[in-house]
Design a binder for this molecule. Structure first.
Ligand code: BDP
Length: 726
């Protein structure tokens, strides 16, 4: 062999290796809709046998999308494109269509499925075996198809199915805090996916894939702009662009909503006032609503942040939240639109415990809102902290529709470098018992409308989506988008089951990977609570950027933006006394809850310093002093991140190298940041406790001054709008 051909051979080999590597590379763009080839021969053969033919009277765009998705999934996973059966011979046939279009098959469909539920059923008709996916509406057929594909993605048997499912919540919406200049407030995954400059002409494939991903988990609404809204969003120029997005989303059953600025009639309409009781203002909004519906006939409605953090609102004109919300509701009602009015308010002038203020402002208006208004309440009474007790408004307004607002973007959970699976946080809140209608009146039941069937129901998630190739910045942050959709569909689903599905759909069905990584995901939120805010501590992050620790912050724009306001550490002890001898925030909960959390004997350690101010030597259940317990949690938190990294290392080769390496690097960053959180907080609180860090713990690498002096430039997520920030 000549030297030349040997060289050529090596080159060929190299090219081949590059090609193989490329084939396995996975950017994460496909999310949980990977549709990876099923390599397990037997399963693949069985599925292929069972899916010989396809009958799909796909008339509408939505049904065509369902058909396209099914073919994409089956081709991807099984390399088959089932033929459309004209005459049915052997092998199983998939029949997909609305109940109306499949009338001749006389399938019994349970009434419970309603307009968005579906039925997947194996049936024998004239001795032939069929799998039927049916529903009352086109979009629900699409939901059925996605769930059928999920069965195959997670390697479930499909030979004898009888699955009927329906959403328990009506409005399942993502809230994008995206600005018109494409920055994303509290966004850590690149810039906004909405390319306003290129819309309406250019329809990015991302819009379609975004809609597919949402539909696959049943998300049916998208608020596409920041709650700190720009009035321009309602201008004809932008409505044309929004119309183009709506046309894409409609195919996947997703309605568009807009965040609106309450002062838009002044800023956009040139009126002198935005007073909600002013006739000209009312007319301006009614005309604007008519105009929007001319562009987007199925427009969803408005989301409003009013009289909160500097935003204008009805109180600016001496009116109430009810006046403001109802005026907008009247404008939208003829078109069946809704108003999602946020309860995230805290008064500039009332020097009361911030955690009490939303309840104080909203509770008096129970029963005063129009039928198409829903009050959007954050899960906890402060602000999306790593751990908060449930918001006292849940259950406290029985004559008002209340919707849940969770935050998917990790503003207070390590941005997009920390692996934090949020479903356990969602479940913790949803399964909390409010006791407002007796034992068992969980938050989940409140938002499902169990105590008032007539009202509309909803759940919102502040999106963690951006222009990053993998959408969410961290491959595992995709799980939070996924889990949100699943829990908005059914708030009582278990975080473990959702993680299981997500891992299998996103990575692999290999249990050697799924079991340990699922465990790691389920533990991840508690790890973060431990290294950031253990034992009920809260709001001790860096000022304004919300990046890194800042327990020393005491000079922010308002007292209740300071960390010191919340932890109240002094030489005697630490914690916020919210019992009857303190701010009495506990009084806003049902007596059972008040008694449980107010009593040190029963208050769980998790909420201790949220509700109580205790001396440093206070004896904990573990037998340790409060100080030692706090130190223990901080070290345990950082240590668990190290453990997580060791578990992940063992996953090498079990999944594609690209995502493996990315997660490995992210975990190293997370460990460094968790250690900073731990050391900064322990050293800072030690200046009050004056107690030693226990002998078994490694000493912090630097003095406290080092952590206090850390400076961060151009931190992501600050946004580009003119808004106040805390
Ligand atoms: C806070 C964020 C701020 C948001 C605000 C809100 O720091 O950027 O505008 O919530 O929910 O957590 O309105």
């Amino acid at each position: 062999m000549t030297k030349y051909s040997l060289k050529n051979k090596y080159l060929l080999l190299l090219l081949l290796l590059v090609a193989i590597n490329k084939a396995h590379a996975d950017s994460g763009y496909k999310l949980w809709l990977e549709y990876n080839k099923i390599t397990y021969q037997r399963a693949s053969a069985v599925y292929r046998q069972q899916l010989r033919y396809l009958i799909f009277p796909a008339a509408s765009d939505q049904l065509k999308a369902a058909r396209g998705e099914l073919l994409k999934g089956l081709d991807g996973m099984l390399s088959i494109l089932p033929g459309d059966a004209k005459t049915i011979t052997d092998g199983q046939t998939l029949v997909i269509g609305t109940r109306q279009s499949l009338k001749s098959l006389s399938i019994v469909v349970p009434d419970t499925i309603g307009s968005e539920g579906y039925l997947i059923k194996t049936a024998f008709i004239h001795q032939k075996k069929y799998t039927i996916i049916t529903a009352n509406t086109d979009v629900a057929v699409l939901y059925g198809v996605f769930n059928f594909l999920k069965l195959i993605q997670t390697n479930q048997p499909i030979s004898n199915l009888n699955i009927a499912d329906h959403p328990r919540i009506m409005y399942r919406v993502l809230d994008h805090w995206d600005n018109l200049n494409r920055t994303v407030e509290r966004g850590y995954a690149g810039s906004s996916i909405w390319n306003w400059h290129k819309l309406p002409g250019i329809i990015d494939q991302r819009y379609i894939d975004y809609a597919r991903a949402n539909a696959s988990v049943g998300i049916n609404g998208s608020v596409i702009n920041n709650v700190n809204a720009d009035a321009l969003i309602l201008s004809p120029q932008y409505l044309t662009k929004i119309q183009a997005l709506a046309n894409v989303f409609r195919v996947y059953g997703i309605k568009i909503y807009l965040s609106v600025k309450f002062s838009s009639p002044v800023e956009l309409g040139g009126l002198k006032t935005a007073d909600p009781l002013d006739a000209a203002v009312k007319k301006w909004w009614a005309d604007k609503a008519d105009e929007i519906y001319r562009y987007i006939p199925d427009f969803g409605g408005f989301l409003v942040k009013a009289n909160s953090e500097g935003q204008p609102g009805p109180q600016t004109y001496g009116r109430t939240h009810a006046d403001g919300a109802n005026m907008l509701a009247d404008a939208l009602a003829p078109h069946h639109g809704i108003v999602m009015w946020r309860a995230f308010v805290y008064d500039n002038n009332v020097p009361d415990d911030r955690s009490k203020q939303a309840y104080n402002e909203f509770k008096p208006f129970d029963g005063k809102f129009k039928d198409n208004v829903i009050i959007q309440v954050k899960n906890g009474p402060i602000d999306f902290q790593p751990r908060e007790p449930f918001h006292p408004l849940f259950g406290a307004m029985p004559n008002t529709a209340l919707m849940m607002e969770f935050q998917l973007t990790q503003e207070y959970l390590g941005f997009s470098t920390h692996l934090v699976y949020e479903a356990p946080l969602f479940a913790e809140c949803l399964q909390s018992d409010t006791y407002t209608q007796g034992k068992g009146s969980t938050v989940s039941r409140v938002i499902k409308g169990d105590f008032n069937k007539k009202l509309i129901t909803g759940m919102a998630g502040v999106a963690n989506i951006g222009s990053d190739l993998n959408w969410c910045g961290h491959p595992f942050a995709q799980a939070n988008w996924y889990a949100f959709g699943r829990m908005a569909w059914n708030p009582d689903q278990s975080p473990a089951a959702i993680a299981d599905d997500w891992l299998k759909m996103t990575f692999t069905n290999n249990t050697v990977f799924v079991s340990p990584v699922k465990k790691l995901m389920l533990q991840s939120r508690e790890n973060t609570v431990n290294y950031m805010t253990p034992l009920g501590l809260h709001h001790i992050m860096g000022v304004s950027t919300h990046y890194g620790p800042g327990p020393w912050v005491d000079n922010a724009g308002r007292p209740d933006w300071n960390a010191t306001y919340y932890h109240k550490a002094d030489s005697a002890g630490i914690g916020f006394n919210r019992t009857g001898t303190g701010s009495n925030a506990l009084e806003q909960y049902a007596p059972q809850v008040n008694a449980h959390w107010g009593n040190l004997q029963t208050c769980p350690d998790e909420y201790l310093l949220w509700f109580h101010h205790l001396r440093w030597t206070y004896k904990m259940r573990s037998g340790r002093s409060l100080w030692d317990e706090m130190v223990h949690h901080y070290y345990q938190g950082a240590d668990s991140v190290k453990q997580m990294g060791l578990t992940w290392d063992k996953m090498q080769g079990k999944i594609d190298a690209e995502r493996f390496t990315e997660v490995k690097q992210l975990m190293q960053t997370q460990l460094a940041e968790a250690t900073t959180w731990r050391d900064a907080c322990v050293l800072y609180f030690q200046t009050f406790s004056k107690m030693p860090i226990g002998a078994g713990y490694p000493k912090p690498a630097h003095p406290l001054s080092y952590y206090k002096d850390m400076k961060f430039y151009y931190v992501p997520g600050i946004g580009g709008n003119n808004y106040m920030t805390n």
